[in-house]
Ligand binder design. Structure first.
Ligand code: 5AD
Ligand code: SF4
Length: 466
């Protein structure tokens, strides 16, 4: 972290000392966005704010926005309408950050329709939040702190994690793929990998603090350090790490860490060394998230995904032949421009063939500035919804069958805590990320337990300690 920012944290902390101030943070996006919120919370708590869920009693409200799909925008504008009264009544500081703030038309709309905000900051300026806040506390001028260029990789930010068993660790920022529906490359910039020593250092600290499960985060995790290698940029190797595969192998050796997950990889970058590392590393979960997006080769081409239906299925086959007990989850977009009934049938066909553990389904949403938005053959809303429902039906029927297959099996489950819906029960997840609830003593929390699955329900399984 840059020294001046640390100094500004100190300055704000002095101003705030003894005032018993509170903050809320509204996290509106993906796991990367959640990880950014944990960093923001780390910074904000160092400046003497304590967290509250109650917006009315907050002195500082931070929105960490997302722009991947349209509904995120509706949620932000709805919430802003709600917090306006707190601003007027007690001068609550309103800060809006995250991906959506990298979109010029959104910031314009904010200035026009919600001019009461204090700070907007983007994805490349999160670490400057203390400086922006200090300005506001000193002379209360509205601040726009957004950088269009790719930010540097900032290390050493304080972090306040939401969980004490599972932790997310960002390994790279940005994306170079420009899938034609996706806004991410425009708002998070080009791929930049963190250095191996910083990532491994962070995970070793997490292991010391008792964390058991690590999720490696990035828009395209399996191209970790690829740009650096291709451009012959020198970077410091550490414990032999110079690629995603070697990173997995190094993390696998860290004592205390029991499970490693990663999201999201890109099918086109699933090289053999990565597949072999997954096979060889006992701590790497065998559930692979492999975003399909569409099962139609034609649609995939227009989406700029760089693989065909057959290549995707061959990759799945190769992994099945190499990695014992491998399972798959995926992301699918329904109703991309030009998607015909035949194209959609290809998507259903892949879903039938792969039989995913989990499918995250999305209705295509036009994003300003992406090639997809400029395409003329947009699909009418009712067709999109009708296809979405058909996909959902297929996926749910597959999951119902799968759940039945779990009954009677033994699963190793990381026990994560008490069930949110029933205090008497504990909850955890299988390697394949299925939620399992069980009755057991609390001292099992944080441990790996072998459970016999005794019954199944749509969204969870029930297990017993053996
Ligand atoms: N519309 C719908 N879904 C989208 N995704 C990304 N962009 C869009 C869009 N414009 C989905 C993709 C991606 C996931 C994170 O969000 O499936 O993998
Ligand atoms: Fe978006 Fe494609 Fe990059 Fe994923 S790989 S962030 S879908 S552009």
């Amino acid at each position: 972290m840059i020294t001046s920012q640390l100094e500004d944290i100190e300055k704000v902390a002095k101003i705030n000392e003894g005032k018993n101030l509170k903050y809320s943070i509204l996290t509106m996006g993906c796991q990367q966005n959640e990880n950014d919120s944990e960093k923001l919370s780390g910074i904000i708590e160092k400046m003497h704010y304590t967290k509250t869920e109650n917006l009315a009693e907050s002195d500082l409200i931070v929105f960490n926005t997302c722009c991947v799909r349209e509904n995120a925008e509706d949620r932000l504008f709805g919430k802003l309408g709600e917090v306006k009264k707190y601003k007027e009544e007690k001068g609550t500081i309103i800060a809006i950050g995250g991906c959506m703030m990298q979109e010029k038309h959104i910031v314009e709309k904010l200035k026009e329709s919600y001019p009461f905000f204090d700070i907007v900051f983007g994805t490349h300026t999160l670490h400057k939040f203390p400086t922006d806040l200090l300005e506001i506390l000193s002379n209360r001028k509205r601040i726009e702190d957004i950088l269009d260029i790719d930010g540097e990789v900032i290390e050493g930010l304080p972090i306040k994690r939401d969980d004490n068993i599972k932790a997310s660790v960002t390994i790279m920022n940005g994306c170079n793929n420009f899938c034609s529906y996706c806004i991410v490359p425009y708002v998070r910039g080009r791929e930049r990998s963190r250095l191996p020593k910083d990532i491994l250092g962070e995970i070793k600290c997490l292991a010391k603090d008792g964390y058991k499960e690590i999720t490696l985060l990035g828009q395209n995790v399996n191209s970790y350090l690829r740009v650096e290698r291709e451009k012959n940029k020198t970077f410091e190797e550490y414990e032999g790490v110079n690629s995603f595969a070697t990173l997995l192998r190094a993390i696998n050796k860290i004592d205390g860490i029991e499970r490693i997950r990663f999201i999201s990889p890109h099918p086109k970058d699933f090289t053999d060394d990565v597949i072999e590392a997954i096979r060889d590393c006992n701590k790497v979960c065998k559930l692979i998230h492999l975003p399909l997006q569409s099962g139609s080769t034609n649609v995939l081409k227009v989406m700029n995904r760089k693989y065909t239906k057959e290549q995707y299925l061959n990759l799945v086959e190769k992994m099945r032949n190499t990695i014992p007990n491998v399972t798959f989850s995926t992301d699918i977009i329904v109703g991309f421009p030009g998607e015909t009934e035949e194209d959609f049938a290809d998507t259903l066909d892949v879903v039938k063939k792969v039989n995913f553990e989990q499918v995250y389904m999305f209705i295509y949403s036009r994003r300003v500035g992406t090639p997809g938005d400029k395409m003329e053959n947009q699909i009418p809303e009712e067709i999109k919804h009708e296809r979405f429902n058909r996909l959902k039906e297929l996926v749910e029927s597959q999951i119902a069958v799968k759940n039945k297959e779990y009954v009677g099996t033994t699963q190793t489950v990381l026990i994560e805590g008490k069930s949110k819906t029933n205090e008497q029960m504990l909850t955890g997840r299988t390697d394949s990320n299925k939620v399992v609830v069980l009755e057991a003593q609390e001292d099992l929390i944080g441990k790996m337990a072998n459970l016999k699955i005794v019954s199944e329900h749509m969204w969870y399984l029930k297990g017993e300690v053996i």
